[in-house]
Unconditional design. Structure first.
Length: 252
C-alpha cells in the first residue's frame, strides 16, 4: 500500500511515518510533503498513493486549497489539532481524522476503516470534498480583501500581525507595520480566524502568535506583549480575565 504523508511539522511527520511502518510493514511511504503547492505537484505524478495522511494547516496555506485546485479521488485521513465537536461534519466526508498528537491505537483504527471502505469494496472509493471545503471555508478565512483608494489588495492571514480598534474603526495591521481599514467588527473577525493562530487579548485587539516577540508581567496580573513592528503609541495588554487562557494558547 502506497501512502503519501502531508505534514509541515517535522517531528509530527517523522512520528507518523514511524507509526505507519510499525503498524503495517506492507506500507510504502511515497513522499513526505510540507506544502499545498508541493502536494498539488506530487498528486499529478505517478505512482499515485492509495491513501493520504494530511494535516490541515500547511506551510503555504490550508490543505483544502489542494482539493479546490485539482480533482482528488484518493482517500484521505486528516491529522489535526481540532477537537471532535468541530470536526463532526468533517468526519462524514473523509475516511477518518486523527487528533494530534497521533497515537498508534488511533492510527490503527483509521487504517482498518480505510481498508474496509477501500479495499473491501469492488469500486474504488471516491470522495467529494466540496462540502468539506465549504464547511471549513466558513470556519475561518485564509485572506482578507482590502481597498486602497480605487484599488483592491488581498492580504493573507499569515501576513497579518494583529487587528485593532482605533477611534471606533477596525484596522488590519501587517508585519510591515502598515494599517488598512476593514469593514468587519472585531467580533466578526474573531469568528473568521483560525483560533490556533490568532487570539483576542482584550476588547480591542486580536494578535497573531507569530507577531509576538516577548511577554512581560504588567500591573493587576495582566501581561504586556511586545510585537514585531509595534507602534510606540500602542500598548498590547492581555486583559486580566484572559491571561490564563492566553498562556494555554501560547503553550500549545
Amino acid at each position: 500500500m502506497n501512502v503519501l504523508v502531508v505534514e509541515n511539522e517535522i517531528p509530527a511527520a517523522e512520528k507518523i511515518v514511524r507509526l505507519l511502518k510499525e503498524t503495517d510493514r506492507s506500507i510504502t511511504i511515497l513522499d513526505v510533503l510540507e506544502t499545498v503547492e508541493g502536494t498539488i505537484n506530487r498528486l499529478q505524478m505517478k505512482p499515485q498513493p492509495d491513501l493520504i495522511l494530511m494535516d490541515i494547516q500547511l506551510d503555504d496555506g490550508l490543505c483544502f486549497e489542494i482539493f479546490e485546485t485539482i480533482d482528488v479521488e484518493i482517500p484521505v485521513i486528516f491529522t489535526t489539532a481540532y477537537d471532535e465537536y468541530t470536526l463532526k461534519a468533517f468526519k462524514v466526508n473523509s475516511v477518518d481524522y486523527l487528533l494530534k498528537p497521533v497515537d498508534r491505537k488511533a492510527l490503527e483504527s483509521a487504517l482498518k476503516k480505510f481498508k474496509k471502505l477501500y479495499y473491501d469494496n469492488k469500486d474504488p472509493l471516491k470522495r467529494d470534498f466540496r462540502q468539506l471545503i465549504n464547511e471549513f471555508r466558513n470556519q475561518y478565512k485564509s485572506r482578507f480583501l482590502i481597498k486602497i483608494g480605487e484599488k483592491y489588495r488581498s492580504v493573507p492571514a499569515a501576513e497579518i500581525s494583529h487587528f485593532l480598534i482605533r477611534e471606533r474603526n477596525v484596522f488590519l495591521c501587517d508585519f510591515q507595520g502598515r494599517d488598512f481599514g476593514v469593514d468587519y467588527s472585531l467580533d466578526q473577525i474573531q469568528s473568521m480566524l483560525d483560533p490556533r493562530r490568532f487570539f483576542r487579548i482584550n476588547r480591542d485587539c486580536i494578535v497573531n502568535i507569530n507577531a509576538i516577540t516577548m511577554m512581560h508581567s504588567y500591573s493587576s496580573s495582566r501581561l504586556q506583549l511586545v510585537m514585531k513592528n509595534m507602534s510606540k503609541s500602542e500598548d498590547f495588554i492581555v486583559s486580566r480575565d484572559r491571561v490564563a487562557e492566553f498562556k494555554r494558547w501560547v503553550d500549545k
